[in-house]
Write a protein that binds this ligand. Structure first.
Ligand code: AMP
Ligand code: ZN
Length: 473
């Protein structure tokens, strides 16, 4: 297959041509949500852009298999190994069990995704389904001497790797500051950067979900989930792994460490990271109280797809600041765009050469490190270009396979409305003719009855010098 797509690879720190391991096929993995609360619209920025990436690959002809985990255990309050389990915090907050919380917020997450036209990945696997796989991987890491037991927990030994900090040119010290700001040192670790694979002892002994393991009753660390779940469904080689930039360290760094130690070769070739959505006060966070959700923006009267368009108008590798003023502007632009598309008429055959020309331009924009705002510009240019409406409609439908903005919605509605209007018009005109005939027969009672019948249906008729006119009341 011809490789037309290039993306920025966090691993090589370059925009690189995308070449999957197997021709025509893509093995793709996404770090799923931690289901202890609603997703904020920042989280959803990452999932929107990953959805566009998946759809771009499909648009280019790849057969994509995309896998996502649901983090329902092991993600502690800091992304490293300290703090309370986020799920347990959610359960306490709402006086529910961890599994009730997990079910409720998993459903809420997919409901938000549906409103944003984010496709559900081919495989979605909750971490709590895979405990035996986690235990197996940890056993192998212990056998290979990449892991050790200390103070009741199993740790990954980062000193066994020649290059643990694969993503970063930053020094070890700088990176550790980021993680360890609010974190006390764990004396069980041989090296400060070591991380937990399995907990049997933590400060939070009231952990609700625990499982038997060869090392005692406990629960898995967060990072092991993604390594195991991706390998369970995609095998030992992966093409693209996605997440938000905050996942780069320590989560993805740790995933690579343990996965490559386990399989003994390079694991994933491309790492795709979406930059953060911020609000005026900085990074969006769930601990800030009233955080921004899809339901909140919907309750303020915004169409969730306008938020999707807001995300598509900027590049995924730039931080994006959210404001209602910008969302208002995008709403106006979206409504205008959809109205314009709604006014297109099926007026003949698709002009194939024009179709191919604009489809190629659209694909080239996306293939240029997922330049979604350029792809939208191609859409606007195409709508202004010299070609028949049928070709424009075909192109809008085609582009919307990736943009997923329901661009044809107004068109479909208008067509439906036109259908109703045509039916209504035919009925009213027939009644007007009937009334004319009654008047000619001097049957004024019948003529008045027809007028009243129409009035009951909300139609007002008027006798004018130019003939009978009608309108909706
Ligand atoms: P979590 O539910 O915390 O595991 O996060 C789900 C996804 O959202 C991960 O890929 C994070 O990297 C991503 N994420 C977290 N905060 C933001 C943000 N403010 N903007 C964009 N993505 C984010
Ligand atoms: Zn992950």
């Amino acid at each position: 297959m011809e490789n037309k797509l290039s993306f920025y690879n966090t691993l090589s720190r370059k925009v690189e041509q995308f070449i999957p391991n197997e021709d025509g096929k893509v093995a793709m993995y996404t770090c799923g949500p931690t289901v202890y609360h609603f997703a904020h619209i920042g989280n959803l920025r990452s999932y929107i852009m990953e959805d566009v990436l998946e759809k771009t690959l499909r648009y280019a002809g790849y057969d994509v298999k995309r896998v996502m985990n649901i983090t329902d255990v092991g993600h502690l309050s800091s992304d490293a190994d300290t703090g309370e389990d986020k799920m347990l915090k959610g359960a306490k907050r709402e006086h529910k069990t961890v599994m009730e919380i997990a079910k409720f917020y998993t459903d809420a997450f997919f409901a938000d995704c549906a409103k944003l036209n984010i496709k559900t990945p081919d495989v979605v696997e909750p971490a709590t389904n895979c405990i035996s796989e986690f235990i197996h991987m940890i056993e192998v890491l212990l056998e290979k001497d990449y892991a050790y037991e200390s103070g009741g927990n199993i740790y990954f030994d980062t000193s066994k790797l020649t290059d643990y900090y694969v993503f970063s040119s930053q020094s070890e010290k700088e990176l550790l500051v980021g993680v360890r700001d609010d974190v006390e040192a764990d004396d069980n670790k041989k090296n400060p950067s070591d991380f937990v694979l399995w907990f049997t002892k933590s400060k939070f002994d009231d952990q609700e979900l625990k499982w038997d393991s060869p090392w005692g009753v406990g629960y898995p660390g967060w990072h092991i989930e993604c390594s195991c779940i991706s390998m369970k469904h995609l095998g030992e080689y992966m093409d693209i792994h996605c997440g938000g930039v905050d996942n780069i360290f320590p989560h993805h760094t740790n995933e690579i460490a343990q996965s490559e130690a386990y399989v003994g070769h390079k694991w994933c070739n491309y790492w795709f990271h979406v930059h953060h959505l911020n609000d005026k006060s900085g990074k969006m966070s769930k601990s800030k109280g009233d955080f921004l959700t899809v339901s909140l923006i919907e309750s303020k009267g915004y169409n969730p797809l306008v938020y999707r368009m807001f995300c598509l108008q900027s590049h995924y590798r730039k931080p994006l600041e959210f404001s209602y003023e910008v969302l208002d502007n995008v709403t106006a632009a979206y409504d205008k765009l959809v109205r314009k598309i709604g006014s297109l008429k099926e007026d003949g055959a698709v002009e194939e050469a024009k179709f191919a020309e604009y489809r190629a331009q659209f694909e080239a924009a996306l293939g240029n490190d997922l330049n979604t705002s350029s792809a939208i510009t191609v859409l606007y240019d195409m709508l202004k270009a010299d070609m028949n409406d049928a070709t424009k409609i075909a192109l809008v439908k085609s582009f919307d396979e990736v943009l997923s903005l329901d661009l044809m919605a107004a068109h479909a509605k208008l067509e439906a409305d036109n259908g109703v209007d045509a039916e209504l018009e035919a009925y009213v005109l027939a009644k007007i003719e009937e009334r004319k005939a009654a008047k000619k027969e001097k049957d004024f009672a019948k003529a008045d009855a027809i007028r009243n019948e129409l009035l009951e249906k909300g139609i007002v008729i008027e006798d004018t010098r130019e003939g009978v006119k009608w309108k909706k009341a």
